[in-house]
Design a protein around this ligand. Structure first.
Ligand SMILES: [Zn+2]
Length: 390
């Protein structure tokens, strides 16, 4: 995952552009756009999954002025809620496709609420226990087979691991192997420590339990399976309270492909000094070449957007180490345009990236490399050649 990313320059003669007239605006995108901001003129992505199989230089270059700033990849997505009904699969696929997403990670909810609680969202139900389970993953596996979609690449993820009690994890992976052979190629998001869940009896991992992960981390490493951890960095009272856990994971399992969800931020940590935050991230990224960050969750934008001067240069500098995502939770009760809104908010940082970083993060280069997928991110059209069309 540390291979150099191909440059974005290409011969001018080979440039072809999307004509604006080709980019018809689907109604859903218009509605989502209007509901978000009056100035949001983004269109849906018209590129097909198939087109991304071509080598980058053979694809039409990506015109950032005419094409969306939202990503082709949603690397952090929950197709089922904590409890209660989910958005039906065909509607879910149409929703993702309509927003131009071609690659999506189907994360289970790592903490299903007790089935007899009648509860749909953990924050509404303090005291109701949330525990990791295979339930979500199994439904995701079944539905992905039952509703194939040739314009959407779904990566199934194992989310059942109880990181505080890892004893039976390898055994359960064997169950997945038996029931869904070769189908699960990601793991997570797994909760190391999630302060928001503590009222639901979430038991955080400890230094000792992290040491007991070795057998299953070895399986993930052998299979080249990335693992996404939700591990709160800390809280406003002590911004780095839980950093030792993440550091211990990275030091113990440096050869695993680890993705740190939300860059460690959370609702409990809304006031961290962004310079201190970025300094911590840079030192870990420098020390651990297999670490990546996911910038999912609208909380990040809502709480830290005023710090773009610090985060955007950081994303540009470390652009091969970042994955985009929404952290959308597909509860059936959500309004039809909610995904578009969340995708828009979580993509605002992408709009500000330089072209190399946009290619790496939004157009999928990082994701394809991490997953060793047979797809290629389009090159961004050179910005000094805006008038050329074909
Ligand atoms: Zn999540």
């Amino acid at each position: 995952m540390n291979k150099d990313v191909p440059g974005t320059l290409m011969p001018a003669a080979s440039l072809v552009r999307f004509s604006r007239s080709l980019l018809a605006l689907p109604l859903a995108a218009l509605i989502a756009g209007c509901a978000t901001t009056a100035t949001d003129t983004r269109s849906a992505n018209e590129r097909t999954l198939e087109s991304l199989k071509q080598p980058s230089e053979q694809q039409i270059c990506y015109d950032r002025e005419a094409e969306p700033y939202t990503p082709l990849v949603d690397a952090h997505f929950h197709p089922r809620p904590f409890g209660g009904p989910a958005i039906p699969p065909e509607k879910l696929h149409a929703m993702l496709e309509g927003q131009g997403v071609r690659f999506v990670n189907y994360f289970g909810i790592g903490q299903i609420l007790e089935l007899d609680s009648g509860c749909d969202y953990y924050l509404d139900c303090p005291g109701v226990t949330a525990v990791p389970s295979i339930k979500n993953d199994f439904v995701n596996g079944m539905e992905t087979v039952a509703y194939p979609n040739d314009n959407l690449h779904i990566t199934l993820s194992m989310t059942f691991m109880d990181l505080a009690h890892p004893e039976n994890v390898v055994e359960l992976i064997e169950l997945y192997d038996q029931e869904y052979p070769g189908m699960f190629s990601w793991s997570g998001e797994l909760n190391v420590v999630k302060q928001a869940l503590l009222k639901n009896n979430h038991e955080p991992a400890t230094m000792q339990s992290i040491d007991q992960w070795a057998p299953f981390m070895e399986v993930l490493e052998e299979r080249d399976i990335p693992v996404t951890f939700h591990s709160d960095l800390g809280n406003d009272a002590n911004p780095t309270e839980h950093l030792p856990l993440m550091k211990h994971i990275l030091a113990t399992y440096p050869d695993n492909k680890v993705v740190w969800a939300h860059m460690g931020l959370s609702k409990e940590l809304g006031k961290m000094n962004p310079v201190q935050h970025v300094t911590i991230l840079k030192s870990l990224l420098d020390k651990y070449p297999n670490l990546m960050l996911d910038i999912s969750w609208d909380v990040l934008y809502n709480e830290y957007h005023q710090w773009g001067d610090i985060y955007i240069p950081f994303f540009n500098e470390y652009s091969t180490r970042i994955l985009p995502g929404t952290d959308f939770v597909a509860a059936a009760s959500k309004a039809d345009d909610q995904y578009g809104k969340e995708l828009d908010v979580t993509s605002r940082a992408l709009k500000a990236l330089d072209d190399d970083a946009f290619h790496n993060i939004a157009l999928g280069a990082n994701y394809f490399r991490l997953m060793d997928l047979d797809y290629n991110a389009p090159q961004v059209c050179p910005s000094d050649d805006k008038t050329q069309t074909q």
